[in-house]
Design a protein around this ligand. Structure first.
Ligand code: DGT
Ligand code: CA
Ligand code: CA
Length: 571
């Protein structure tokens, strides 16, 4: 499908137009069209062939011509012209926190800055602070933004690597010489960002497997090609390593290449203490070097007196000790999830009607969803006034009458204002089925003040959950330096659920904080923060974070049936 490709070009055009200083409604038209094409079920090529582009809402004549040219020729003259006019290096600068199109355009026009490297140098030289509208603080923030971007650069958000991995595995299933096949490395452990993708296969004909591996159509270049290890780089710059082993070593290799390194170091130590040697080929007798086991991961753990440890736990955070004592958690599974509490509809800044959201989530197998649109002060996200809240509640009542065995809960993602008060009156808050609260504006406060702001929001008796508690955006915004302990303690005291926000650049709370909060007896909800139908699929990353935080089914509100949720929320 070309949909993603077309959408990406349209998004880039919108960014370039922003940089040119074009009017808002023009760039918005491109973004809306990009979003529509990105998530629609039909293949854009078919739509063009049938001449039905204009029937899509928001696509007028000019856009329709451009999309047709792009679909039919793979190119767009208008886009090429724009790229000549405006250096594309500026696009990368838009990702730096604190920099919008106006600022980037000013940096280019006044200082001739075309790349992030130019920008970094100009900041260090103190040239940026003298520009109108910048100043010393902005200059420092830009530098920090660049460092943050570098910290993750070379690592990819999990959803992108996950999609690459799924497609590659599907392709490799076509190779007859492969006996067994699996994702390994950080992706198998569902870590929040992925450095490179590791794949493991067993085969008697490794050279033929490698030959097949490098022929994948998304490969940009081959880094090295041997008969045990081959590395390639995909078009999106993700590196993929394939190891091929004999089938009798497959379990040992899977254990080894799944990592983490820290988990493996500890495992090897345990093996040695018991008179074994453990490596990627198997478990051996230390003295005689005789092969003992290696075909499956389970038998390796078993031989060492351990219960099987799920990949998400393999970080040397106490899982090996817990396994030895039969104290491993019975981890929550995706199939346990019965609903989603954090969905935005087109009543605020989401793109979908509530009915479409219901139809889609019923297909996933959910029993209920919670619509949590933004609150009144959040104008940029079309937050709902108190009057609109009342209208929306009526609309949801109507929808609920249409469906049996499914419930839409009317909630809100209510802003915690700078003074710690909530963005709706208590009278309105009580009308909702549930109330999520979170910070969305005025982030620049001291750690102590921001902690107190959240704590005071949590004092309100109507609060159900705390949304994305640390407000980080991976690679773009550092988490608040909160007093996390205090927040967790308040949540336990007030019976407030902590959200695991499943949006891939948030994953907030993160795995470590989830584990910490569980140890302190906190309860959780998982929310996707969906703004369109595609985002609903992020639930799996929320579940993965829960698993990495050692959570069981009973710890998470969304694993309960609607009847139980009704009781727990006092509906
Ligand atoms: P990444 O790629 O940075 O997201 O993280 P991983 O965990 O995928 O790391 P990677 O790709 O360097 O290596 C894959 C696995 O191979 C790693 O999780 C454990 C294993 N491994 C790699 N190097 C070593 C090592 O020096 N010692 C041990 N024990 N295991 C290693
Ligand atoms: Ca890796
Ligand atoms: Ca690797």
């Amino acid at each position: 499908m070309k949909n993603q490709f077309i959408a990406d070009v349209l998004y880039q055009i919108a960014d370039l137009l922003d940089l040119k200083g074009e009017v808002f409604f023009k760039t918005r038209a491109y973004r809306m069209a990009a979003q529509t094409i990105e998530i629609m079920d039909e293949n854009i090529e078919d739509v063009v062939k049938k001449g039905k582009l204009r029937e899509i809402s928001g696509i007028g004549e000019a856009l329709s011509k451009k999309i047709t040219e792009l679909v039919e020729t793979g190119e767009l003259k208008y886009f090429d012209r724009l790229k000549k006019e405006i250096p594309t290096g500026l696009l990368g600068m838009l990702d730096i926190s604190g920099l919008g199109p106006k600022k980037v355009a000013a940096l280019y026009q006044k200082l001739g800055i075309k790349t992030i490297e130019d920008l970094q140098k100009a900041c260090i030289d103190g040239k940026v602070r003298n520009l109108e509208g910048f100043g010393e603080i902005t200059e420092r923030n830009i530098l920090r933004g660049i460092q943050l971007k570098e910290k993750i650069s070379g690592r990819m958000l999990i959803n992108v690597a996950f999609e690459d991995g799924e497609k590659y595995i599907e392709y490799l299933h076509g190779c007859k010489e492969i006996i067994r096949l699996s994702i390994a490395g950080s992706l198998r452990r569902w870590k929040e960002t992925i450095g490179d993708l590791d794949i493991l296969a067993s085969s008697d004909k490794p050279d033929e497997v490698m030959e097949y591996f490098v022929k994948y159509n998304d490969v940009q270049r081959v880094l090295l090609k041997g008969s045990t290890k081959t590395s390639v780089v995909l078009n999106d710059n993700l590196q993929v390593d394939l190891r091929v082993v004999e089938d009798k070593s497959y379990g040992a290799a899977l254990q080894y290449f799944t990592g983490s390194k820290e988990h493996n170091v500890k495992m090897r130590g345990i093996a040695i203490k018991q008179g074994f040697k453990l490596n990627e080929y198997g478990l051996f007798d230390k003295e005689t070097e005789k092969f003992i086991v290696g075909k499956n991961e389970e038998e390796i753990y078993k031989k060492l007196g351990l219960l099987f440890i799920e990949p998400e736990l393999r970080e040397n955070r106490g899982e090996i000790e817990a396994s030895g004592k039969n104290m491993l958690p019975n981890l929550v599974k995706f199939e346990n999830i019965k609903g989603d509490f954090h969905i935005h509809s087109n009543w605020s800044d989401g793109f979908e009607t509530i009915e479409n959201l219901v139809n889609h989530t019923r297909k996933i197998g959910y029993e209920y969803i919670g619509i949590a649109d933004h609150s009144q002060s959040l104008h940029v996200a079309h937050g709902l006034s108190e009057e609109r809240v009342i209208e929306k509640i009526k609309e949801i009542e109507k929808i609920n009458k249409k469906f049996s065995n499914f419930k839409v809960l009317c909630g809100t993602e209510c802003d915690i204002k700078s003074d710690g008060s909530l963005d709706y009156s208590n009278k309105v808050l009580k009308m909702f089925d549930f109330v999520g609260i979170g910070i969305h504006m005025n982030f620049k406060m001291s750690p102590k003040d921001i902690t107190n702001r959240i704590l005071s929001g949590m004092e309100n008796e109507n609060v159900t959950f705390l949304a994305h508690p640390t407000c980080r955006l991976i690679g773009r915004r550092e988490p608040f330096e909160l007093n996390v302990d205090k927040i967790i303690e308040k949540a336990v005291e007030k019976d407030i659920f902590l959200e695991i926000n499943a949006f891939p650049d948030r994953l907030d709370l993160n795995d470590l904080n989830v584990k910490l909060a569980k140890e302190k007896k906190a309860k959780f909800i998982i929310g996707t923060d969906s703004h369109n139908l595609n985002h609903l699929g992020f639930m799996q990353f929320g579940v993965a974070t829960a698993r990495r935080g050692w959570l069981e089914k009973k710890d998470i509100l969304n694993t309960y049936t609607y009847k139980e949720v009704e009781k727990k929320l006092g509906l």
